[in-house]
Design a protein around this ligand. Structure first.
Ligand SMILES: Nc1ncnc2c1ncn2[C@@H]1O[C@H](COP(=O)(O)OP(=O)(O)O)[C@@H](O)[C@H]1O
Ligand SMILES: Cc1cn([C@H]2C[C@H](O)[C@@H](COP(=O)(O)OP(=O)(O)O)O2)c(=O)[nH]c1=O
Length: 208
């Protein structure tokens, strides 16, 4: 397993502010930054994303993990690895920790299955993963203010508590930093800048 120092991932539950904050961090990155997301980031991956989020579909946790990883394989080969090879910093909204938290923690898929898929699909791992945390109720309220619930947002409170619990456990591992996602956009932004300055200072444009 190889961690790439210019591969930075934002993780955490729905409505935590990942999409808002990834754009703000991009403005502080030295050199060229590529913003991308999972599931998605390629034509095929976006088609898989639409199938996965469709509230009328009934995918099992195993089928979800297979589809997430099919999209991830395309994303890594078509987008992430070429960008890293070209010297860019890649900022990715969700990655393989989401599969462990949702399909493993929320869906009950065995950890061996989640890990085996990860090993098969990911030749590169993020150098830094920022894991956002906030109470489930707050995250779902923020997400629902955005519009109609997708298939994951519509899952029950217990599912989302299990997802949060698994993210908190993952945040203890190497190359992860837990970010308190409560408070204003500016407060969360300054926590992220602190974390990136501490763990990956070379990615940032020096302050004047
Ligand atoms: N710190 C914050 N406080 C309140 N609302 C926020 C905050 N950050 C983001 N939001 C809002 O909450 C919603 C979800 O944010 P978003 O960045 O899309 O989260 P995510 O990508 O984690 O689902 C959006 O409507 C966004 O404007
Ligand atoms: C990448 C990934 C996402 N997901 C789920 C989490 C989200 O509910 C959904 C789509 O992600 P996204 O739209 O990024 O979520 P958010 O509401 O936080 O902006 O896909 C998984 O279940 N497993 C995975 O491996």
């Amino acid at each position: 397993m190889t961690r790439h120092p210019r591969f930075v991932v934002f993780e955490g539950p729905e409505g935590a502010g990942k999409t808002t904050q990834i754009a703000r961090l991009a403005a502080r990155i030295a050199g060229e930054a590529l913003l991308t997301r999972e599931p998605g980031g390629t034509r095929g991956g976006e088609a898989v994303r639409a199938a996965l989020l469709n509230p009328d579909a009934a995918w099992s946790p195993l089928a979800e993990a297979l589809l997430m990883n099919a999209a991830r394989d395309a994303h890594l080969r078509e987008v992430v690895m070429p960008a890293l090879d070209a010297g860019k910093t890649v900022l990715c909204d969700r990655f393989a920790d989401s599969t462990e938290a949702y399909q493993g923690g929320g869906g009950g898929l065995p950890t061996e299955t989640v890990n085996a898929l990860r090993r098969w699909v990911c030749p590169v791992e993020p150098g830094l993963t920022l894991i956002f945390d906030l109470p489930v109720k707050e995250g779902l309220a923020r997400a629902s203010a955005r519009g109609a619930a997708d298939r994951f947002e519509a899952k029950g409170r217990a599912y989302h508590e299990a997802v949060r619990g698994r993210f908190l456990a993952i945040a203890q591992r190497p190359a992860r930093v837990l970010i308190d996602a409560r408070g204003t956009v500016e407060a969360v932004e300054s926590r992220i800048q602190e974390a990136v300055s501490a763990h990956a200072p070379r990615l940032l444009t020096p302050l004047p």
